[in-house]
Design a protein around this ligand. Structure first.
Ligand SMILES: [Zn+2]
Length: 225
């Protein structure tokens, strides 16, 4: 436990940062395609997710239809004039994470691997949050999830993403008045024909996923909920 605490404190210190000056993808219409998804719960911090990062997370989620899996959201906390926004550019799978019943736990090894990945693959980027799956359980932050978030992802611009591989729906959560609230966001991707077609396909699939979620037919009975 001692060792774990030391590693976690180091991760928090390394990734604590003030937002970096830059432009929102929506301010660069020649460069990016930007599509809103849902309502932004906290207009103080706007979320932009690169399409391929979300595709990567969905592949991970679908690879494990029964057991929870998770990982980390990578990118930049940024600012354009007075507007603070989070750019999620990449996602990386959590290694050595354990699924115990309905809960996912990150181990000492998970944090060590994250530290390695951040310095090797994403040296100029930040851990802007985490994601995990709720197979057949729906989209919410459990008490345990909230505990994880408050302890390891407590910076104001750090986000949580929950994906249900059964419905294929997902939801972002961000801090609002000290509570985790559901949040809409924007998809963005580099402007070209191939990306435009992929994004359209993704939006169509997510629209169906939302309907599945609302129908409730895909819910798995769980003692934990
Ligand atoms: Zn959870």
């Amino acid at each position: 436990m001692e060792q774990n605490a030391a590693v976690n404190i180091k991760i928090q210190d390394v990734y604590e940062a003030s937002p970096i000056e830059g432009m929102m993808p929506s301010s660069q219409p020649d460069e990016f395609i930007v599509v809103p998804w849902g309502e932004a719960a906290n207009k103080d911090i706007i979320i932009f997710v690169e399409m391929h990062a979300l595709i990567n997370i969905y592949r991970h989620a679908k690879s494990s239809p029964q057991k929870e899996v998770g990982g980390f959201l990578v990118g930049y906390p940024m600012r354009e004039q007075e507007t603070v926004f989070v750019l999620i550019t990449d996602a990386t799978h959590a290694q050595h994470a354990h699924s115990m019943g309905e809960a996912l736990s990150f181990t000492h090894q998970t944090w060590k691997m994250l530290d390695c990945q951040m310095s090797e693959r994403f040296s100029d980027k930040y851990v802007v949050g985490w994601y995990h799956t709720h197979p057949g359980l729906g989209l919410f932050m459990s008490h345990y999830d909230t505990f994880i978030h408050n302890n390891f992802f407590s910076l104001p611009w750090q986000l949580a993403l929950v994906v249900d591989p059964a419905t294929e729906n997902h939801m972002f959560f961000q801090k609002k008045n000290n509570r985790l609230a559901e949040s809409g966001y924007y998809f963005y991707t580099k402007k070209n024909q191939e990306n435009a077609a992929s994004l359209k396909k993704m939006i169509d699939r997510l629209t169906i996923a939302q309907k599945r979620e609302r129908s409730g037919r895909y819910k798995r009975y769980s003692m934990a909920v």
